[in-house]
Design a protein around this ligand. Structure first.
Ligand SMILES: [Zn+2]
Length: 415
C-alpha cells in the first residue's frame, strides 16, 4: 500500500480500538471515517489483492454475510463486517482491522452498492431482494433496482448471484441489452430463496405492465421479463446445488428464510471454488447474528429475539416465530425511520390465536393497526413486564431496529 494509505489504515484501527475501549460501540464508523479523511482512496487500497464478495438487499444481508463468510472460510481467512456497519466507513474499518486476508465478504447497504463496487472491484456480488423500507428516506424500489442495474452494467466481469424469485432483482441483475430472459447472461447464477412479500413487484420495471404469478413462477404480461430457471434451490431441510446434488442443511437459525440465506451463501462461496460439501458443516456453527435469533432464558421463559424492520421482514418473522406468546415492539427513532405508516402494509392476521403483547415508543401505532386487523393484544410498559405477563415457556420477541437494541441491552447485550 502507498504510505498515505498505511498511515490512514493505522489511524483507522487505532481510532476504532480507542472507541471500543471507551465503551462507545464497535468503533467501526469512526475508525473508517477518520481513515477515509486521511486517504479518500483507502477502501480501494485495502481491497486490492483480496478476492471480495459483496452482499446487498433490503432484508437478510447481515445473516447471509455471516453465513457466506463462514462458507468462504473453508479457503482461508476472511475479512468481514458482519458484526459492524454496512456503509463504506464500516467496510474500510473492517478491512483495516482484519489486516491482510485473501478473502473478504462484505454486507453493503443497498444505497451504497454502486459506490462500493467501484471502490472494491469485487469478484462476486449477491443480490437478495428489494422491498419498501424506511418510507421517509429510502429510495423507491424501482429506482434502487435501476441504480443496481447501471452499476453492474459498468462492470460486466463481476459474477452475480441473484434471487430468481424477486422480479426487481432479476431485472437489476440482467444487463440492459439482454433482458430477454431466454438468454441468461453467463455471469449470473440464479438462486431461488422464495419471496413472501409481493407488494413491491406487481409492476414490471422494464415496461410497466402487470407481473403475474402462478406457484413459484412469475412473468411480465407485456415483455419477455420472467422468472429465470434457478441453479440453486431450497426445500424445508436442505439446498440443491447446480449439479442437482441435495445437501441437508442443519442450521441453528430458524425458518425457511434462513435455509434460503444458506443457499445464497453457498452459491457465493461456490464462486470462489468452495464445494457445498465442505461449507455446509460450517453454516451449522452460526448461532446468532449480532443478537438476531438469540435465545435467552429469563425467569423460566425462553426468550427469542427476531429483528424485523420493514413489511417484508415482518412477514418473514411471523413465519419464523413459533406459535407462542409474542411481544411486538416498535420505535420510530432515527435508525428506524420516522414514518410508521408501513405497519398498515403488514397483515398481522397470522398472530390471531396467540397471546400478543405490545410495547415500545410507538406501541399505540401498533395498537391501532392490530385493532383494525382484528388481533387481540395487551399493552405492557417494559420488556420485564412482558416477561412476567406470559406463562413459563417460550416468548417470541419481534422488534424493529432500536426497539430490538433496547431489549438486547436489557438482556445484557446477548450475542
Ligand atoms: Zn415487462
Amino acid at each position: 500500500m502507498p504510505l498515505r494509505a498505511k498511515v490512514a489504515s493505522s489511524v483507522s484501527r487505532t481510532a476504532a480500538a480507542l472507541s471500543r475501549a471507551a465503551g462507545r460501540g464497535d468503533g467501526s464508523v469512526i475508525g473508517g471515517w477518520l481513515g477515509l479523511k486521511i486517504d479518500p482512496e483507502l477502501l480501494a487500497h485495502l481491497s486490492a489483492g483480496r478476492a471480495i464478495a459483496l452482499i446487498s438487499g433490503t432484508n437478510g444481508k447481515t445473516t447471509t454475510t455471516r453465513l457466506a463468510a463462514a462458507a468462504v472460510g473453508v479457503l482461508g481467512r476472511v475479512a468481514t463486517n458482519s458484526f459492524g456497519a454496512n456503509m463504506p466507513t464500516g467496510h474500510t474499518s473492517a478491512l483495516a482491522k482484519a489486516g491482510s486476508t485473501p478473502y473478504a465478504v462484505l454486507e453493503v447497504d443497498e444505497h451504497y452498492l454502486a459506490q462500493v463496487i467501484e471502490a472494491t472491484d469485487p469478484h462476486v456480488v449477491a443480490l437478495l431482494n428489494l422491498s419498501r423500507d424506511q418510507l421517509d428516506r429510502a429510495k423507491e424500489v424501482a429506482m434502487m433496482a435501476q441504480l443496481w442495474r447501471a452499476a453492474l452494467a459498468r462492470h460486466p466481469d463481476i459474477r452475480v448471484v441473484a434471487n430468481a424469485d424477486d422480479p426487481m432483482v432479476v431485472w437489476a441483475a440482467t444487463p440492459p441489452a439482454s433482458h430477454d430472459q431466454r438468454i441468461t447472461p453467463p455471469h449470473v447464477t440464479w438462486f431461488s430463496a422464495g419471496q413472501r412479500w409481493h407488494d413491491d413487484s406487481w409492476v414490471c420495471p422494464e415496461c410497466g405492465s402487470t407481473i403475474q404469478r402462478s406457484g413459484e413462477q412469475w412473468w411480465c404480461t407485456g415483455c419477455p421479463l420472467r422468472r429465470p430457471e434457478p441453479q440453486w434451490t431450497v426445500d424445508e431441510e436442505g439446498v440443491v446445488d447446480p449439479t442437482g446434488a441435495w445437501y441437508k442443511v442443519k442450521l441453528q437459525l430458524p425458518g425457511k428464510v434462513n435455509i434460503g440465506n444458506a443457499a445464497t451463501a453457498l452459491a457465493v462461496a461456490a464462486e470462489f471454488g468452495v464445494r457445498p460439501f465442505d461449507a455446509v458443516p460450517r453454516l451449522g456453527d452460526v448461532t446468532s447474528v449480532a443478537g438476531r435469533y438469540a435465545q435467552v432464558v429469563r425467569d423460566g421463559r425462553t426468550v427469542r429475539l427476531l429483528l424485523a424492520k420493514n413489511p417484508a421482514s415482518w412477514l418473514e418473522a411471523f413465519d419464523m416465530a413459533d406459535e407462542a406468546p409474542t411481544l411486538l415492539s416498535i420505535n420510530a427513532r432515527d435508525p428506524d425511520g420516522l414514518d410508521t405508516s408501513w405497519l398498515f402494509d403488514v397483515d398481522f392476521a397470522p398472530l390471531r390465536g396467540r397471546l400478543v403483547l405490545i410495547t415500545g415508543d410507538r406501541a399505540y401505532d401498533l395498537a391501532v393497526r392490530l385493532e383494525v386487523n382484528d388481533v387481540p393484544f395487551q399493552y405492557v410498559r417494559t420488556f420485564d413486564e412482558a416477561v412476567r405477563a406470559v406463562p413459563p415457556g417460550r416468548l417470541e420477541v419481534i422488534a424493529n431496529y432500536t426497539a430490538f437494541q433496547d431489549i438486547r441491552a436489557e438482556l445484557d447485550r446477548v450475542n
